[in-house]
Design a protein around this ligand. Structure first.
Ligand code: DGY
Length: 323
């Protein structure tokens, strides 16, 4: 019976899919990220045919070596795969897959939740009310910023970026300006959107900037101190992609000195750490990498990660191989 190792407790939907397919599933019994040497130890102890891993597992050559030649696939339960050394996987002839598509709506919803929350100062207002500071309606209390008819800047027009643009245009009548390495005239026609051939053009024009690029060497610190200075003083920055795309120290400085008005982040440069200066600020909302965290979506992610394994072990090409 083929054996699958799952690096952490995931929704039953994924485990059941594997057991129904006739596989023996071994689960990390502890609900925490395994240290590299722990994962290596577990992979060396038993011969696994596949590993279902998470974005918190750093998958490098040592891990692939420990898994040995019997292991066909590492199935990452995430759309992002910056935790995987793809060159090493290729060298070791191990397939790597991800879970795109099933989390698009949920991440786009969370992005919009953050955007609305920072513009309408929801966290601040909630804290204010709970602290007993609300003593009656005031004309100047907790003034935020409108969203409708403003300009949304999208950096990275993949599935999630496009879906955020859809909500912006259809729900809030926003103007959309975007940057991507690939221009989409269909998207421009459908959403009345404007293409910018560089990131700078988006930063200068937008009232809200939302980041949707994958983390790669070229996108690390894409948003740095110089680029933050290009944004409007009244603008907000939202990030639900990967933390290292923003220089967090530079962002904290820009928020503190009023270079931009606010930010909302679901991801951080050195997760689970958060830049301490950000924690002191009221004009930033921080959520703990939960943009895809709904029951429905996490079930679908687990099922898709399992499906990629089944396809690989049955000798078919998994639908979500990453190159
Ligand atoms: C992903 O899938 O890459 C998200 O960051 C986690 O949901």
């Amino acid at each position: 019976m083929p054996k699958v190792f799952v690096t952490r407790i995931i929704p039953d939907a994924g485990i059941n899919k594997l057991t129904r397919a006739g596989y023996e599933v071994h689960l990390n019994p502890e609900d925490r990220v395994l240290q590299k040497d722990e994962l290596i130890g577990l992979l060396e102890k038993e011969r696994y045919d596949a590993v279902l891993a998470l974005l918190t597992d750093k998958l490098d050559k040592d891990i692939f070596k420990a898994a040995g030649p019997q292991c066909k696939i590492f199935s990452n339960m995430a759309v992002g795969f910056d935790n995987v050394d793809l060159d090493a996987a290729k060298e070791m002839q191990i397939m790597v897959s991800n879970t795109p598509g099933v989390l698009t709506d949920t991440v786009a919803e969370h992005t919009f939740a953050l955007l609305l929350a920072i513009a309408h100062r929801i966290s601040e207002a909630d804290n204010f009310t709970r602290a007993g500071k609300y003593h009656g309606w005031e004309p100047m209390m907790l003034l935020g910023s409108d969203v409708s008819k403003k300009t949304l800047g999208i950096i990275g027009l993949g599935r999630i970026g496009s879906r955020v643009a859809y909500h912006a245009r259809k729900g809030f009548d926003m103007n959309v300006i975007y940057y991507d390495v690939k221009r989409s005239e269909d998207f421009e026609r459908e959403f009345g959107a404007t293409f910018s051939s560089d990131v700078e053009g988006v930063l200068k024009a937008a009232d809200f900037v939302s980041i949707h690029v994958p983390l790669m060497e070229q996108t690390r610190h894409l948003i740095n101190a110089e680029r933050l200075k290009l944004m409007k003083k009244s603008a907000y920055l939202i990030n639900t992609s990967r933390g290292p795309i923003i220089d967090e120290k530079a962002l904290a400085g820009a928020l503190k000195s009023g270079i931009i008005r606010g930010a909302a982040l679901d991801v951080f440069e050195a997760e689970p750490k958060v830049e301490p200066e950000l924690l002191k600020l009221n004009n930033v909302i921080l959520t703990p990498h939960i943009a895809s965290a709904t029951e429905e979506t996490r079930d679908k992610m687990a099922e898709l990660a399992a499906f990629n394994i089944i396809e690989a072990l049955e000798g078919r090409t998994p639908p979500n191989l990453v190159k």
